[in-house]
Write a protein that binds this ligand. Structure first.
Ligand SMILES: Nc1ncnc2c1ncn2[C@@H]1O[C@H](COP(=O)(O)OP(=O)(O)O)[C@@H](O)[C@H]1O
Ligand SMILES: [Mg+2]
Length: 264
């Protein structure tokens, strides 16, 4: 369904941030895109959504393809019309507007009345909590409810593919579980998911496939079970091997371990 092929992205004509990223989201699947701060995850999302221009970014090589069509140069709103919706980092809801008004704002490209009301009904079914608080001012919702609203708003466009940028960021563990369950429910409702996360545990627990990015490249990809079992992934992302203190880069961990193997 979505294919990113050998993508290079440059900011301000000079800073090369994506250095040949390739990834795929097959129809109906949940795919996790993992990586530390600054790896280039959000830049990948911007390239998929057509939001690079706003940030002085440019695709200098490679392609983004959706349902077989090359969308690399397409306007953001046309991508939404094709079925790609995004939930940007940081739950950007309209705090002064009500839940309903936020959802109505999300339907801006969804001109068809019937489609809009079907999408609204779906959101109310998926999020009973939002249904209860339809008339509430969004700014007064809890962090978890605001994240639901941000996801609900993206669903108002009846997407085929939903791209989420670190939806668990800043949420308490219980709410992380809630968001995780919501993503599973949205996927069951027929929406493919590209889940960008730093929380590897959460993302890999529901993903069909995972990619790990570092400094603009995919350094590892595969089956979530395989990634979860990988010692380097465990050490770097899951912190299962002690070694608190400074967080090494994924590459450093690898080099360090190689050296250790040679020395022992
Ligand atoms: N608008 C921009 N202009 C210049 N550099 C940027 C811009 N946005 C992000 N970057 C840089 O690109 C790199 C990747 O950032 P980003 O895609 O936000 O990574 P992530 O989402 O994985 O944290 C970082 O080094 C960041 O500083
Ligand atoms: Mg980011």
């Amino acid at each position: 369904m979505l294919e990113v092929a050998n993508l290079e992205v440059v900011y301000n004509d000079v800073v090369l941030v994506l250095r040949g990223i390739s990834l795929e989201v097959p129809d109906g699947s949940i795919v996790a895109l993992l990586g530390a701060n600054g790896a280039g995850k959000t830049t990948t999302l911007r390239a998929i959504g057509g939001l690079l221009d706003v940030h002085e970014g440019d695709v200098t090589k490679g392609h983004v393809t959706f349902d077989g069509a090359d969308i690399t140069e397409l306007d953001p709103s046309d991508r939404v019309k094709l079925g790609i919706s995004q939930v940007l980092e940081g739950r950007r809801i309209f705090g002064e507007l009500t839940v309903d008004e936020n959802l109505a704002a999300g339907a801006y490209v969804n001109r068809d009345r019937k489609a809009t009301s079907a999408a609204y009904d779906q959101v109310m079914t998926l999020f009973p909590r939002l249904a209860e608080r339809r008339k509430a001012t969004a700014g007064y919702l809890s962090g978890g409810e605001q994240q639901m609203l941000a996801i609900g708003r993206a669903l108002m466009q009846s997407p085929k593919l939903l791209v989420l940028d670190e939806p668990s960021l800043g949420l308490a563990p219980l709410l992380v579980q809630q968001v995780r369950d919501i993503i599973v429910d949205v996927n069951k409702a027929g929406v493919s998911i590209l889940l960008i996360e730093q929380n590897a545990n959460m993302a890999l627990s529901i993903a069909d496939y995972g990619y790990i990015m570092e400094t603009g490249k995919v350094v590892m990809d595969g089956d979530p079970q395989k990634l979860l079992k990988d010692e380097d992934v465990q050490e770097f992302y899951l912190g299962l091997h002690g070694d608190e203190g400074e967080r090494k880069s994924f590459r450093d961990v690898k080099h360090y371990k190689r050296r250790k193997r040679w020395l022992s």
